[in-house]
Design a protein around this ligand. Structure first.
Ligand code: BES
Ligand code: ZN
Ligand code: ZN
Length: 490
């Protein structure tokens, strides 16, 4: 359980208290202030970012141990520093086999952060950091904490307690997405993965619909079918719908759901194929977002449209050079079977436009290695011809520290996607600018809706854990989407 709490730590005994300490300013009042200056008397601790010192049974409070964590200089302390503090404190406690912790919230005085944002960040770091994906380990070595309290004044507890429910709904979405992404591909082939999404959506009473390969063939979803052709586990198109009464706006979220990307006949080499279970991270982010909406209940209608396939080479697989017809009607020459994401996305986009007539459509996908070359593996690429939508996405990502950077969509690059035989080629004729040409390919199918594309090939997963995310899927996009939709509402 995680909550905001006011405790008199001079009178009530607690086992573990974690206190954030600033290098050049005071973040606390009264007893916590005294304790922090006591900690700073130790040579090894100045409150610099990353420093840590533990005092046992310090005078003045009834705490078995107090963990002081340095946050660095005041001007550098932002909400992300607070998430990191909370996440790290929890990680430390989990490693020490403790079961509970009290996190001292800094007072807003010196900080240039709004009080509600302070609590939000601490709660996020706590919820996200207190999670272990150990389903596949026989011996479970580390257990999440049972009890986390964020220590503040009685006034703040009263004023901000509604935040806890909200942050919990959002972070549980992120954790769900992380688990789906980290799940190995043998346990999430298209049929199984679509059932996982629907099961979770139904728990929240969302409307769901699944188009099977039969429906997709009959409906002429030629691009999704072509990508799924090589696998024995056939494609699906999943709809998750959050439709509040009286909604004035509809946003459609489209998520790439390739449960494993071998590259197909253009088989990926060793070094490029091992992590491809993560190629459904967009789908995970979209499903988890719509499920979170059922709990957050914004005024906007939010629909998730999720194409799910496994990209495999086989005797029945689509070949390079084949020409297919997309749901929207355009024909496509398959220049490369490894450029499969854009194919399933365009059929899902066309389906979303036709079925839901959204005002705004955003797709999210682990689409190109080229985007990682451009922005590294921590920052997503945002592509849109709609300045307001692009800025809203970048701003939402800034707020949640899911960093996103706008990329250009030059019209003259469009000719790189020309085909001699079909309307378009799914592969660019240039070696360069692969993230851009992928976005330009999608743009051909965005219709008249305000549309944006987010390439998360980089930030969808991490090889090494951080303070509030284990190694594996990061759940990137869920918090960003929740923030974006909340702002659309306002
Ligand atoms: N799933 C990959 C993109 C990817 C690469 C995601 C690395 C995460 C990490 C995508 O389907 C792909 O293979 N893209 C190709 C496109 C190319 C064939 C035009 C790529 O990026 O090389
Ligand atoms: Zn691919
Ligand atoms: Zn892919």
């Amino acid at each position: 359980m995680i909550r905001l709490k006011s405790i008199d730590i001079q009178k009530n005994s607690i086992t573990t208290l974690a206190v954030p300490v600033c290098e050049d300013q005071e973040l606390h009042d009264s007893i916590l202030k005294t304790l922090s200056s006591q900690a700073k008397k130790f040579e090894e601790f100045d409150g610099k970012a990353g420093e840590e010192v533990i005092l046992h049974d310090p005078a003045g409070v009834k705490a078995t141990r107090v963990i002081f964590m340095g946050l660095g200089k005041l001007e550098k302390i932002d909400t992300e520093a607070l998430r990191v503090f909370a996440g790290k404190a929890i990680k430390t406690c989990i490693q020490k086999k403790l079961t509970k912790v009290v996190l001292a919230a800094p007072s807003a005085k010196g900080l240039k952060i709004e009080t509600s944002d302070i609590f939000k960040a601490l709660l996020e770091g706590a919820f996200l950091g207190n999670h272990r994906f150990d389903k596949y380990k026989i011996e479970k070595k580390l257990t999440p904490l049972k009890n986390i309290a964020i220590l503040t004044t009685p006034g703040n507890v009263k004023k901000h307690s509604a935040l806890v429910r909200k942050v919990k709904a959002i972070c549980e979405g992120t954790l769900k997405a992380r688990e789906w992404v980290s799940t190995p591909s043998n346990d999430k082939r298209p049929g199984a993965f679509s059932r996982m999404l629907v099961r979770e959506a139904k728990k929240e009473k969302l409307k769901t619909r699944v188009l099977t390969d039969k429906d997709l063939r009959k409906g002429k979803y030629g691009a999704i079918i072509a990508v799924g052709e090589g696998s024995q586990d056939k494609p699906r198109l999943v709809e998750l719908v959050y439709a509040p009464r009286g909604a004035k706006k509809t946003i459609a979220l489209i998520g790439k759901g390739v449960t494993f990307d071998t590259g197909g006949i253009n088989l990926k080499p060793s070094g490029g194929i091992e992590d491809m279970k993560i190629d459904m991270s967009g789908a995970a982010a979209v499903a988890a977002t719509v499920i979170a909406m059922a709990r957050l209940k914004p005024k906007t209608k939010v629909v998730g449209v999720i194409p799910i396939v496994e990209n495999m080479p086989s005797g029945t697989a689509t070949r390079p050079g084949d020409v297919i017809k997309s749901y929207a009607g355009k024909t496509i020459e398959i220049g490369n079977t490894d450029a499969e994401g854009r194919l399933i996305l365009i059929d899902a986009m066309a389906h979303a436009l036709k079925t839901f007539k959204p005002d705004v459509m955003v797709d999210i996908a682990t689409l190109t290695g080229a985007c990682m070359v451009a922005l590294g593996d921590k920052i997503a690429g945002v592509f849109s011809r709609d300045d307001d939508l692009a800025s809203a996405i970048v701003a939402a990502g800034k707020k949640t520290h899911e960093r996103a950077w706008r990329m250009p969509m030059p019209e003259d690059y469009q000719e790189l996607l020309k085909s001699n035989i079909a309307d378009l080629n799914n592969m660019s004729s240039s070696r360069y600018g692969g993230a851009i040409t992928a976005a330009l390919f999608l743009a051909e199918f965005a219709g008249k809706a305000r549309w944006a594309h987010i390439d998360i090939a980089g930030p969808a997963y991490i090889k090494k854990g951080t303070s509030y995310c284990e190694a594996g899927g990061t759940g990137f996009g869920v918090r960003l989407f929740c923030e974006l939709i909340e702002n659309m509402n306002a």
